[in-house]
Design a protein. Structure first.
Length: 391
């Protein structure tokens, strides 16, 4: 869905010259086309300069009449360069590109019509799907025993207030059935099997901070799902791995690394929902954005940052104020740090920077996860090869 004015001219050094700047979009489009990945552009607004190449490099283009335009140089630039006075519609409207230039393949009377045309295009892609192969163990879908709307009351907006992950699963999984794996070992990590809209899934959910036992259990479970080609669903409410001399001597760093490695190398579809906190290396072990989940969602009250704001403020104040300082100065410094972390850790701060794939209401969690799971099963599941684990 395209509505692009091209590069932001006042920030050209941030968007134009480097390897992964604006031009990389068109490079990627060309490479995806060469790999046989279909690309459909729906032009909903003005596509100017570099923005004009997005639809021009797509397989099929739908333009909305009297709304969508495509041109390398808009009317002001044309007038400045050639003296020609022309309207946007005359220069690059849907009629011109559908009847004369051939840039557009379909003309839609409105946005609703454009989406209908796009569905018809998708129906005729003839693209190979592995959905049947990946869903051979699918059973009849079944609603949870408990109302999904109850999640709004179960999942606390106060991250200091604990909630039970099993209560969440009872309102997400089919029939509220959950076959738990290693229930009595590493109990701050909940792992096990269930069904989501009839499709088998492996669940990895947080019920507290991660200890060595939890990390080993997580690595074991993720590897097991990878071998069985079972998709993984990560439900994050994690403040990180446990710290302290006792836990370092137990090897929590190497045990946490096993879990991180297992998640990184798992090639089964991975879908992540941040339903509480997502702090520090716990984000890595629980398949944060850097670990390429197929989809990642956040609840409106979710938080994501390298650590909690209160902890960050305390750490930084201890580093900064090693000499005796007045408590007022320290408190003012800590308040500023905490506010910055609270603001930048917000789900809305995250989603407006595309760090996730959208904010969802708690009551919609099951439906959104189910749709994402179904979509992810169209692609071939590559075999998983494990890396080296430090024992």
């Amino acid at each position: 869905m395209v509505d692009s004015a091209g590069a932001f001219l006042p920030k050209q050094d941030d968007v134009f010259p480097d390897r992964n700047h604006f031009g990389r979009i068109f490079f990627n489009q060309a490479r995806m086309s060469a790999k046989g990945i279909p690309q459909i552009a729906i032009v909903l607004g003005s596509c100017t300069a570099g923005g004009a190449y997005v639809p021009s490099m797509s397989d099929e283009v739908v333009m909305v009449h009297k709304k969508g335009t495509v041109f390398l140089g808009g009317p002001p630039l044309v007038q400045a360069a050639t003296g020609e006075i022309v309207t946007e519609e005359e220069l690059g409207g849907a009629t011109l590109h559908s009847e004369e230039s051939g840039v557009s393949d379909h003309i839609a009377v409105n946005e609703r019509h454009a989406f209908q045309l796009t569905r018809s295009i998708v129906a005729n892609l003839g693209h190979k799907s592995y959905f049947t192969e990946n869903t051979h163990n699918k059973i009849k879908p079944e609603a949870p025993l408990f109302d999904t709307d109850e999640l709004t009351g179960i999942i606390s907006v106060d991250h200091k207030r604990k909630f039970a992950m099993r209560d969440v699963l009872g309102r997400v999984l089919d029939g509220s059935r959950f076959h738990e794996f290693k229930e009595r070992y590493g109990s701050t990590l909940v792992t096990g099997f269930g069904h989501l809209y009839g499709q088998p899934v492996g669940i990895v959910g947080n019920d507290g901070v991660l200890f060595s036992e939890s990390a080993q259990k997580g690595a074991h479970f993720v590897q097991m799902c990878s071998k069985r080609n079972i998709p993984l669903l990560f439900l994050q409410n994690i403040t990180g791995f446990m710290v302290g001399k006792k836990f370092e001597s137990e090897g929590i760093a190497k045990h946490g690394a096993k879990m991180v490695s297992a998640v990184a190398n798992a090639n089964v579809p991975k879908i992540t929902a941040i339903i509480g906190a997502s702090y520090g290396a716990g984000n890595y072990g629980m398949c944060g954005r850097a670990y390429s989940p197929r989809m990642l969602y956040m609840l409106p009250s979710a938080k994501i940052s390298v650590m909690g704001g209160e902890q960050a403020a305390t750490v930084l104040s201890l580093v900064k104020f090693k000499a005796n300082e007045s408590q007022d100065v320290i408190n003012k410094f800590k308040a500023g740090i905490q506010k910055g972390y609270d603001d930048q850790g917000s789900a809305y701060y995250s989603t407006c920077r595309l760090w996730d794939d959208g904010i969802v209401k708690a009551g919609d969690l099951r439906r959104i996860l189910g749709m994402s799971l179904n979509a992810s099963l169209n692609a071939r599941i590559e075999p998983t090869q494990a890396g080296v684990f430090r024992m």
